[in-house]
Design a protein around this ligand. Sequence first.
Ligand SMILES: NC(=O)c1ccc[n+]([C@@H]2O[C@H](COP(=O)([O-])OP(=O)(O)OC[C@H]3O[C@@H](n4cnc5c(N)ncnc54)[C@H](OP(=O)(O)O)[C@@H]3O)[C@@H](O)[C@H]2O)c1
Length: 390
Amino acid sequence: MQFLESVCQHTVGRFFTVESPSGCCEFLSGSLLHEVFHATMIFLIGLIVIVIGTTIAVVRSEKPIKHIFAEAKFEMIYNYIGSRSIFEDFIMRGRNKTKLEKKSGKVVLITGGTRGIGTEVIKMLMQCDMHVVMGCRSVESGEKVLKEIREDVKLGELKIFQLDISSLKSVRNFADKITSVYTQIDCLVNNAGIMYVPYAESEEGYESQFATNYLGHFLLTHLLLGLVKKAGRDGENARVVNVVSCAYLTGDIDFEDINKKNMFIPFEAYSQSKLAQVLFTNYLNETLKEKGNYVQVHSVHPGIVNTDLFDGTYVKTFFWWILPYIFKSPKRGAQSIVHACLSSDLEGKGATYISNCTVKPQIEKALDKELQKKLFDFTKKLVNVENFGT
Ligand SMILES: NC(=O)c1ccc[n+]([C@@H]2O[C@H](COP(=O)([O-])OP(=O)(O)OC[C@H]3O[C@@H](n4cnc5c(N)ncnc54)[C@H](OP(=O)(O)O)[C@@H]3O)[C@@H](O)[C@H]2O)c1
């Protein structure tokens, strides 16, 4: 008993110091018993969160019974996928780091970045002396971020432009400004995103998660691809990085009801938007390669990261106090995205899904070429584009 108590005390004490560098070293040198204990704790906490969360979600719902069951099913699946990713983030934490090399003068454009993972990505890219272009809803928020980053980072540049990625009109205005200022873009990071929001439509009438996470970025990539192509050269491809999510695993593209309005389940719509991004990554990469362009495209799952993205979810509402210990910090979430932007290990390895700075296998659905093409052609019609990227 005494032995068990001392193991618990020791292990839990270490677990909570994992964010500090010295704590981290100490942590990594722990015995196998400690590792198994940590992993089991995370698994059990995940399990408890799944059961309580699903129960709360069902009890709080005021929808028809069929809808409640469908929602509960998705809640279960999402919680399972989320817990699995947390577990994987934990196991892979040693691999979740990338080298920051000087890339002076290279231009990287990122959507979002006023908060969360995007801010950390910008900070790391500026540490590499890059010229970062930020497209965000509020220029004032962008300027605040710049001021904060400047307290730590003296290198690099950050230019801020107004962009509401959910509005196709705003995307076109933004792209016009960018193409009039810049002659090339070395890396485009499609980062901005929303999750789990109630049903709402964008200016052009698309479900808000589909519009923000996928459609706006599809159009932006089309409008800026000329500049991206100009930056790539043999042996040093330019890059497009789509920030996706492990939620794509359970996604399904509903071509008949793309807004999923018939029976709207926020998580289902989020998963659809993220699967769409992964399908887009794979299709675009292959098309560019076939045409001999020096551009590669990646999907990146940043991990389960403690950001405002979870605002309004039961996880954040009821379990906010535990999230810093089981979710990644935004800084750790940014590693895989920066890795996809910069790592020479990934040269020529487009159409890949990256998580914890490691290339991961993709599900069959994401590799389905017919589905990729069907979605690509379908989306071109939605955004009124005939020849993509020209
Ligand atoms: N956090 C996670 O666990 C997790 C897991 C998997 C994938 N991801 C993905 O990672 C990306 C970043 O998420 P995060 O966790 O950093 O979330 P976050 O902290 O909520 O930040 C989201 C960012 O997107 C911007 N944004 C949202 N809607 C926008 C719009 N219409 N136009 C322009 N910018 C908009 C926000 O800007 P405002 O300040 O203007 O709102 C903010 O800068 C998302 O694509 C998300 O799906 C996150």
